[in-house]
Design a protein around this ligand. Structure first.
Ligand SMILES: C[S@@+](CC[C@H](N)C(=O)[O-])C[C@H]1O[C@@H](n2cnc3c(N)ncnc32)[C@H](O)[C@@H]1O
Length: 245
């Protein structure tokens, strides 16, 4: 993994976009409902959790992130020891993966320097900063650049892509082919040689997910709920055997 580590990010400084809000009146109206749920999102919020305003919309709440980490561990053969989080955000999932102690290497990729700085800071609060290799880069180009050093037989990809912003859908069935800015096909194309877990809207079109199954293999789809309501689903997709030509 030496090439893969060459653009590793050290502890990046928090920027003026990173906030720890303590008063509702400081919070923009459109994130006030998320801020009200701050302890469900990060139970250690009061220790100084930082977020950018945009990252409130996409962060995975801690109980869901912990359950996803538990399920990914259970569903993955022990021979796979490397986990790559393609869209680390403010750290909701990657912190839970590190706390699960299941992985010998965890690589967290995030393209926005302010957001990755929040994720690092938050991981430090949870005591797992050192367990994670931080990459401040575009995950698609990172995976391409490191395609020869990443061993698909040992690696699992986790991807929680943007779903298109806060009003991501009003449709009854979410169309993964028009998901913005990356369609399901674009994401699956870069990770299909490895087992992958895709964190997607709860109303995602299951027929589009089913098309990603290699041959006769099955895809597990799990709905993750909090207080009786689904927050998201995760599709656990087996690798496609790729020829090396
Ligand atoms: C839905 S959020 C991830 C939330 C994360 N799982 C959490 O719990 O905090 C998606 C993140 O992907 C980042 N992102 C978008 N495109 C990216 C790319 N091509 N490479 C790396 N990060 C990207 C965005 O900046 C955003 O922070």
């Amino acid at each position: 993994m030496s090439d893969a580590e060459s653009n590793t990010a050290a502890y990046l400084p928090l920027t003026e976009k990173c906030h720890h809000y303590t008063r509702r009146s400081d919070v923009d109206w459109d994130i006030q409902k998320y801020w009200a749920q701050r302890y469900s999102i990060f139970s250690l919020y009061d220790e100084g959790i930082h977020m950018t305003d945009d990252s409130w919309f996409g962060v995975t709440p801690e109980p869901v992130a912990n359950k996803v980490a538990e399920d990914l561990s259970a569903l993955t053969p022990k021979s796979k020891t490397v986990l790559i989080d393609m869209f680390a955000g403010a750290g909701g999932n990657v912190i839970a993966f590190a706390l699960s102690k299941r992985w010998s290497t965890i690589i967290a990729i995030e393209k926005d320097p302010s957001v990755i700085a929040c994720a690092q800071h938050n991981a430090n609060i949870y005591g797992v900063f050192e367990q994670i290799t931080w990459i401040n880069d575009d995950s698609f180009s990172y995976l391409e650049k490191n395609s020869t050093s990443i061993d698909p037989s040992k690696t699992v990809i986790f991807a929680s892509p943007p779903w298109g912003g806060p009003g991501y859908t009003t449709d009854k069935i979410f169309n993964l082919n028009t998901m913005a800015p990356y369609s399901i096909k674009q994401i699956h194309n870069v990770c299909r040689g490895m087992d992958s877990a895709l964190y997607l809207p709860r109303t995602s079109d299951l027929r589009q997910i089913a098309k990603l199954a290699p041959g006769e293999e099955k895809i597990e789809v799990v709905q993750y709920c909090m207080e009786g309501a689904s927050k998201a689903l995760v599709a656990y997709i087996p690798a496609i055997a790729l020829t090396s030509s």
